[in-house]
Design a binder for this molecule. Structure first.
Ligand code: ZN
Length: 299
């Protein structure tokens, strides 16, 4: 399925429009670009990382919902990402425990003006790097700057997942773990699973040391034929997207149901994306998934 590149309200983002029109699901990958000005060209940071201004972050999160015409009273659910292989299911039980915590961040600026209060809330948010839900009207989000983001859906059962996978997540199979949870706990069928891989650091820029290169090669020998480039200066590069694709296909996902945004966060365009490797101090772009409450019956 095509992932469309969209420029709306002076903001750049990517979204498979067909998934919205046919299945009532909203999937979006953001860039760093929002209302560019001379002073602040790239300002679409979506994470409460240390350098971020919490008020601005929350404004940006609202902007995503506006761009996708998501009108919900529920908060955006995200996790404290730790490069783990942990997937969290969002259900009634999760919401009864944590919903108020997320709502606290979305309340009028009083809390957001106080960085310590924000940090305290963030510390109480559960850890994990993948989110799965079958609940309509709950936006789920993961963020990254170079790491991979994967949005998944079972188009038949309307189960969705958002996965954050840096090299640690890739090597620890977080994608397989999330897919297997969707299959085992939600009854998803492999043939109905569609995967969308967001922009991330690609082989052109993802140079690693020999030890890490070897680790990947031992763990994923079948996925490795395309990853091997060693030039005279003994540099090693890994194409993580190939490995994610390999992991998905091994779990039973059809290759034709995997769509990839072929853009490297580190070198594509003029800083269209946040890149940790390029800039060290960087904001985060996001991948957001949402099940609309009503599917348009005429579709
Ligand atoms: Zn690159």
């Amino acid at each position: 399925m095509e992932i469309n590149e969209i420029y709306k309200n002076e903001t750049s983002y990517f979204s498979p429009i067909e998934i919205n029109e046919r299945y009532g699901l909203t999937f979006i990958f953001t860039s760093s670009l929002k209302k560019p000005s001379k002073e602040k060209p790239n300002d679409f940071n979506l994470s409460f990382n240390a350098e971020a201004n919490p008020i601005k972050v929350m404004e940006n999160r609202k902007t995503i919902l506006d761009l996708c015409s998501i009108k919900t009273r529920n908060p955006i659910i995200f996790l404290r990402q730790t490069h783990s292989d942990k997937a969290i299911i969002i259900d009634e039980d999760f919401l009864s425990k944590y919903k108020n915590l997320y709502l606290e961040l979305e309340k009028p600026a009083s809390c957001l003006e106080n960085r310590e209060a924000v940090n305290k809330i963030i510390k109480s948010i559960p850890e994990g790097d993948a989110i799965i839900t079958s609940m309509p009207d709950i936006p789920i989000m993961v963020f990254s700057a170079d790491c991979n983001t994967v949005l998944i859906c079972d188009i038949n059962l309307r189960v969705i997942s958002a996965v954050h996978a840096g090299w640690r997540g890739v090597i620890n199979n977080i994608l397989n773990k999330s897919l297997n949870l969707m299959i085992r706990k939600f009854g998803c069928n492999q043939k109905d699973l569609m995967l969308f891989l967001g922009p991330s650091i690609r082989k052109c820029c993802f140079e690693v040391d020999y030890n890490l290169y070897k680790k990947f090669k031992i763990k994923f020998p079948e996925a490795f034929n395309k990853n091997e480039i060693t030039d005279n200066s003994n540099k090693y590069f890994i194409e993580m997207i190939d490995i994610l694709k390999y992991q998905a296909i091994k779990t039973g996902v059809k290759e034709k149901n995997i769509s990839i945004i072929e853009k490297c966060t580190c070198c594509y365009g003029k800083d269209l994306f946040f890149s940790y490797r390029r800039d060290k101090k960087a904001g985060r772009q996001a991948a957001l998934a949402y099940i609309q409450e009503n599917i348009n019956e005429s579709n």
